[in-house]
Design a protein around this ligand. Sequence first.
Ligand code: GLA
Length: 397
Amino acid sequence: MSPPVDGRASRDVAGRNGLAPETRALRAFAERFGGDAPLVVHAPGRVNLLGEHTDYNEGFVLPMALHLGAWIALRPRADGRVVLRSLDFGEEQEFDLGRLHRGQGWIEYVKGTAWAFQEAGAALRGWDGVVTGDVPIGAGLASSAALEVAAARAFAAAADLPWQPVTAARLAQRAENGWVGVQCGIMDQLVIAAGREGHALLIDCRDLTTRPIPLPPGTVVAVLDTSTRRDLVDSTYNERRARCEEATRRCGVRSLRDLSLAELEQRAPALSDDHLRLARHVVTENARTLAAAEAMTRGDAAALGALMDEGHRSLRDDFRVSSPALDAIVAAAQGAPGCRGARMTGAGLAGCAVALVDEDEAAPFVAETERAYRAATGLQATVHLSRPRAGAELRRR
Ligand code: GLA
């Protein structure tokens, strides 16, 4: 039997209570607040096929929205209070839109989104809600951006604001930068807000234009979870971003996106080894991302896979955000049947890798990747097979 696409292919992991997250949120809403929730918002997680650590350098990225995501069942309130129960954290939090104070934990992504909307002049309304999801937290699949964009969709729906994906993505990014304190780029929030069913999005992070790019026919994307975790709120992400900015200044350009590899090499004497390596990753990754979009457009799985393999080497050796577990799972995948290419994905240092796999070989691919990864590390991987899904959605009930 072939493993389910848009599902966990790993056999030993079962969904919580066997219920879909949306159903869990709706049932819990009725129990906690009474009556049916009139609105449900959904925001997917994402996996990035190519273009890592390029977004905050005004470069190119090629992510796709996943079948995993965050769901909020909600009912607008007459006042400015937000009362939100999280099924995954097993707790309820509330705050007043008129008096936002920084605190700790998952609610800050929701509060920060409200803060960003209000800073931009939006008149928000409160709501009661229940949130749940199935994006693994801290795994590099943008669980926090999914929560921010779901919150953005909830605030927009409750206050009858028009839904504008690019504006919402910018506000969600502002929540993360200005409230949570992670200086992330726009990739996660934008693909989560604006993703297209069946397509990855080529995003130009300078002007935020997007182009939908189909997956090569006969292939499926495998998300390979190493089961290792790291929090983005730690300092290394912000530090690397600051070092890229320093490299940009020393190169005398607006952003690293404006340099070819030859032009970067001419500037090498002005750079430390560390700055040169970081910049070289960004410059070559931009070129790989554009080449990958072209390869996908002509349905060339072999070329896309080769670019993914190269991308991993660059993240490992130049940008240095891989880890022994990520290297092991990438090697395991690359040696498995049907694999066209594999690389770590997301910010790195832990979490997930991504592979492009021939659909016909998905079952042996999953079995062999899990086996080889376990043999190399003693750890159990979880594999999710996915096709690109749509971005954030609102359902009125
Ligand atoms: C995280 C950030 C993104 C991006 C990636 C690395 O996911 O949120 O903005 O920088 O890391 O490509």
